[in-house]
Design a protein around this ligand. Structure first.
Ligand code: DGT
Ligand code: CA
Ligand code: CA
Ligand code: ZN
Length: 587
């Protein structure tokens, strides 16, 4: 996956540098499109380029020229065009692009008109007033630049995106404030957070109200606000002490649906919707969908077609209402009916949880009661295996005692099936951490990689394939071991894993913890198209971990997962039958 990310970022930089050096927009857009395709691709592009280069041309958004560059990168580790473009601009110039809200257009203007080629240059050009004198440079842009330089000086290298599970609780807290304000009708979050991306650049909130002043006041007065960036009648923005930015739009309730469509995005999806509107003689913007094809009548406003709800707008565009998580640009045909995506309420079991026996905080009974309170029919106790010594992994002897304790707890708690399981380490060479004779005694086996997470893609593929094909393994836990903003994790051949998992009826896990979200969305998409089973599990170590389910669901939905392929949605009987098929020697 890191190769894909490297190629995507090379394309992104090429696009930026082309724009700065004044190349035509068509070429710039082609690189941006290729960049998104590379980010979305679940197969490793480096491997594909080396082993099956013709396949590259079949990827939506990859043309002859970008295909050649992927091959060049895969074989040489660099791209000649990128190096050439870099040599055409001063070395400090690309750094300006890392400033918040500063894009290539502004950088080009600063360079052309004020000879600004570094952040230091920019700081002094702002201070001595040169920047304000640049033609086509508005006062607002100058203010933004000043903010951005100041933020850069304070924050240095803070990660620029926030993890979903860090951002959503903040969004909810702000929405609570807005809902409590006088006059509020509806309040929700939009943007990438609503689309369920694993990280968000900023939060986008939307409120409809009869009292905009009250909504604005409630928003700006939140204690975590460090700085007010914008405070207009319909538009506010703040930066929190954590650095996270929140944008707020205040609208009349009649236009809530139009605003929600617009601010949910993605930008590409919005472009698609607007073009669709134009084809039908209409115009779509954040205020509504309007007719434009009626005879002009002086200055009277365009007739409104729809604005109040998302459903009314999609319907008027002759489209099914697409779930926010799928409003991305994967070459989706939005005129087709979307899949009936898995939802939070479909989940009926948790198959990956730890207790005080290894590194969890809950006893078996506490865990079982928690699962019962959530309406689950089954909870699996899957403590760590012996190789995970740092997590107090269980020796064979302790595991056998633990199984007995689980049976006792099941009888004592009542009303919920407690599976005796283990999260067994997949050792670096693909062997499992317990012998088969031990694994056979467990109701469920989750096999996960915890160590050697920097091994080669080839070694990782072989290692994980061995676990998937192991006849006693039910679930492959957090398959890559990535930690968002922490470590890349393994980069296995996802297509090969999916093919084997499908064949062996081994479920691939979406680990719901917001630091993991592993499988990630693109991997889920590959798994869904291969027809794999998916487990959506919270990897519970303490009670609040169970609340991470929503992030795993969001990831599953981004991958197009339907309930029938998610083992956690099955009733007890169907789940038991699947678990039992991998224990046929005992039944
Ligand atoms: P992020 O914040 O980087 O994780 O991603 P988003 O998708 O939340 O992007 P953001 O916050 O810049 O804008 C929120 C939504 O507003 C975006 O998904 C679509 C809409 N939007 C913002 N700017 C534009 C634009 O220039 N054109 C169009 N068509 N839509 C825009
Ligand atoms: Ca956003
Ligand atoms: Ca935003
Ligand atoms: Zn684990």
């Amino acid at each position: 996956m890191s190769t894909n990310h490297e190629i995507a970022s090379a394309f992104s930089t090429i696009a930026d540098l082309l724009e700065i050096t004044g190349a035509n927009a068509f070429k710039v857009n082609a690189y941006r499109k290729a960049m998104r395709s590379c980010e979305d691709e679940s197969r490793d592009l480096g491997r594909l380029a080396r082993e099956n280069p013709d396949e590259l041309a079949t990827i939506e958004g990859i043309g002859a020229s970008t295909k050649a560059k992927i091959i060049e990168f895969a074989t040489s580790g660099s791209m000649g065009e990128l190096e050439a473009l870099r040599s055409q601009v001063p070395p400090g110039l690309p750094v300006l692009l890392t400033l918040a809200g500063v894009g290539p257009k502004t950088v080009k203007l600063l360079w052309d008109e004020a000879k600004v080629t570094s952040i230091d240059d920019l700081r002094s050009a702002i201070a001595n007033g040169t920047v304000a004198l640049i033609p086509r440079m508005g006062a607002k842009t100058v203010a933004n630049l000043r903010e951005a330089v100041a933020a850069h000086d304070v924050a240095g290298s803070r990660p620029t995106r926030y993890r979903l599970g860090e951002a959503i609780p903040i969004a909810e807290a702000f929405l609570d404030r807005l809902r409590a304000a006088a006059g509020t009708v509806r309040a929700t979050f939009a943007g990438s957070a609503r689309r369920g991306r694993d990280t968000v650049g900023d939060l986008d909130l939307l409120v409809s109200t009869k009292d905009p002043t009250a909504a604005k006041a409630a928003f700006l007065a939140a204690p975590s606000v460090a700085k007010v960036l914008v405070q207009g009648e319909t538009k506010c923005a703040v930066q929190l002490t954590s650095g996270l930015q929140i944008d707020l739009r205040i609208v009349e309730d009649g236009a809530f649906g139009a605003a929600l469509v617009y601010f949910t995005g993605s930008k590409d999806h919005n472009v698609f919707l607007r073009e669709r509107a134009i084809e039908r003689g209409m115009r779509l913007n954040e205020y509504g969908l309007f007719r434009t094809d009626l005879p002009a009548d002086g200055d009277s406003p365009l007739p409104l077609v729809a604005a109040e709800s998302e459903a009314s707008i999609y319907a008027a565009l002759d489209l099914p209402l697409w779930p926010a998580e799928l409003r991305e640009s994967h070459g989706t045909d939005f005129t087709q009916q979307p899949p009936a995506l898995v939802a939070l309420a479909d989940i009926k079991s948790e198959l990956h949880a730890h207790t005080t026996a290894s590194d969890g905080l809950l006893t078996i009974s506490e865990l079982a009661r928690l699962a019962k309170a959530r309406g689950f029919h089954t909870i699996a106790v899957t403590d760590h295996s012996k190789a995970s010594a740092q997590a107090n992994g269980l020796s064979v002897e302790r595991l056998l005692q633990h199984i007995a304790a689980i049976r006792e707890a099941e009888a004592a708690v009542g009303g919920i099936r407690i599976l005796a399981g283990s999260e067994v380490d997949i050792l670096a060479d693909g062997r499992l951490d317990y012998d088969d004779s031990i694994l056979e005694q467990l109701d469920i086996v989750v096999a996960s990689p915890h160590t050697a997470l920097r091994q080669s893609s080839e070694a990782a593929t072989a290692r994980l394939l061995a676990a998937i094909r192991h006849p006693l393994v039910h679930v492959l836990g957090h398959p890559t071991g990535r930690i968002i903003h922490g470590r890349e994790g393994l980069a296995p051949d996802i297509a090969a894993l999916c093919a084997a998992a499908q064949e062996c009826e081994t479920a691939l896990e979406i680990n719901c913890h917001w630091m993991r979200l592993d499988l990630r969305d693109t991997h889920v998409r590959a798994a869904v198209s291969a027809g794999c089973l998916i487990a959506i599990d919270c990897d519970i170590h303490s009670a609040p971990d169970a609340d991470n389910l929503r992030y795993g669901i969001a990831t599953a939905r981004r991958g197009g997962l339907v309930a029938s392929h998610c083992v956690n949605t099955w009733d007890a009987q169907k789940l038991q039958a699947w678990l039992g098929r991998k224990r046929s020697s005992r039944s």
